[in-house]
Design a protein around this ligand. Structure first.
Ligand SMILES: Nc1nc2c(c(=O)[nH]1)N[C@H]1C(S)=C(S)[C@@H](COP(=O)(O)O)O[C@H]1N2
Ligand SMILES: [Mo]
Length: 415
């Protein structure tokens, strides 16, 4: 039996405890052929296990502004209203004159600093006691070909926050932005359509105002005290240091990211990412290929890799082989912060505490493959995700400015 032909799921424990990923995969597949396990070379090191949740300070940071809001300290932080005590959110209707708009948007209860009604953190968290959501999400920049990190985010759906404002009239979009050193040139803003904010389909995930990450208050560097999190989108919609929401009858997206030729409505893309490999690998030693994969809007069917000899003709057809996907943690308590039950997390079955799909949509897991018996020479390896509609990366989105997802190549030499 060829373990590669099976849709084998490797558990994180296997990554951690097994000296041989192949033996681990054989075990995971219930293969009790001990000769195979004994055959497997002892020396290859499996890819280092990644924690399912990325520690808040280990996310890759993408922050605009000089100074960056997260570098402020002491009084500057208080002036910026970026401490839990000073944080406030204003929600107003757009009054900017606009010839394209016949009827301006209206709001029956605006929340403003001027009249002392702006929302503070205790009020937001109080709302969270009734309407709070928890959600696992990989943060991925549309412009960077590597995931930034994965977190358990907690907060209040935007729709429930907007309901504090009573009746909204003539609203087509919701604009929002965060602290920007009081310099309009530094605004980093984003937007949703009215219905994206208000009408979450059953089983889907709401846009929400997050105040906890991995069971802790959101740190300043990750956009705290309060950050918008848009589950289905690339990072640029998840505005950090959130302070302002403006409802508007303008039908245009205002996203800062759109100004650099990015598609402001591109949802998170299903895509595989390849880890670096040692430059030289001794002949006879198995090669562990692997990386991360994000399940985007169209879900994930499998990850495939292809191996090409350095001397192969450039137009040689790639041979794609299915890889193994990391299995869900056997015990979710080991992957989640203390006190958080998987049953409470969106995308999990509230009765069984098991994920409704795997990988969870908008989250990431590891994938891996073990390649043996390579003759000495130069090789390049590529990887691609295949989505649930059968489209192989970079399809169906070959346009890079709708999400960086071109196929990555890594090179190594068997010596
Ligand atoms: N206020 C603000 N929010 C922001 C940004 C920013 O520069 N300023 N960058 C955005 C972009 S482009 C990305 S990819 C994510 C990155 O989130 P992270 O720094 O927590 O990894 O934050 C988004 N939110
Ligand atoms: Mo980004």
């Amino acid at each position: 039996m060829n373990p590669r032909a099976l849709s084998v799921l490797l558990t994180r424990r296997d990554f951690v405890h097994s000296g041989s990923a192949l033996a681990a995969s054989a075990l995971a597949a219930g293969i009790t052929d001990t000769t195979r396990a004994a055959d497997a070379p002892a020396q290859p090191k499996p890819a280092p296990p990644r924690p399912f949740l990325t520690p808040a300070d280990k996310f890759r940071d993408v922050s605009r502004g000089k100074p960056t809001p997260h570098s402020l300290k002491g009084d500057a932080l208080i002036q910026a209203r970026l401490t839990p005590e000073t944080w406030r959110l204003e929600i107003t209707a757009d009054a900017t004159p606009n010839p394209a708009i016949k009827d301006q948007a209206g709001i029956s209860t605006a929340l403003t600093l001027a009249d002392g009604t702006a929302l503070d953190l205790p009020a937001l968290m109080k709302l969270g006691e009734k309407h709070g959501v928890k959600f696992l999400k990989a943060m991925q920049c549309l412009n960077i070909p590597a995931p930034l990190g994965q977190g358990l985010w907690e907060g209040v759906p935007l729709r429930d926050v907007l309901r504090l404002c009573g009746q909204l009239r003539n609203v087509r979009r919701i604009y929002y932005w965060g602290f920007h050193n009081n310099d309009p040139k530094q605004i980093f803003q984003s937007s949703l359509s009215y219905s994206q904010a208000m009408e979450t389909p059953p089983g889907e995930l709401p846009a929400f105002l997050a105040y906890r990450l991995n069971g802790e208050p959101i740190s300043l560097i990750r956009g705290g005290p309060v950050r918008m999190v848009i589950p289905w989108a690339h990072g640029f919609k998840s505005i950090k240091w959130l302070q302002r929401i403006v409802v508007t009858n303008d039908y245009k997206a205002n996203d800062t990211y759109a100004e650099q030729n990015n598609d402001p409505e591109a949802p998170l893309k299903t895509a595989a990412y390849l880890d670096a490999l040692p430059a030289k690998i001794p002949a006879g030693q198995a090669v562990n290929v692997g990386g991360l994969v994000i399940s985007g809007l169209s879900g994930l069917k499998r990850v495939e890799y292809s191996l090409t000899r350095g001397d192969a003709k450039a137009d040689a057809e790639d041979q794609w082989t299915e890889s193994q996907l990391e299995a869900p943690p056997a015990d979710w308590r080991t992957a989640l912060p203390a006190g958080v039950s998987a049953r409470q997390i969106l995308g999990f079955n509230p009765q069984t505490g098991q994920p409704a799909t795997w990988p969870l949509r908008y989250s990431m897991i590891s994938w891996s493959a073990v390649v043996k018996g390579l003759a000495p020479g130069k090789y390049s390896v590529r990887a691609r995700a295949v989505d649930l509609n059968g489209f192989a990366q970079p399809e169906p989105r070959p346009i890079q400015k709708a999400g960086r997802n071109s196929l990555e190549t890594r090179e190594f030499e068997v010596v």
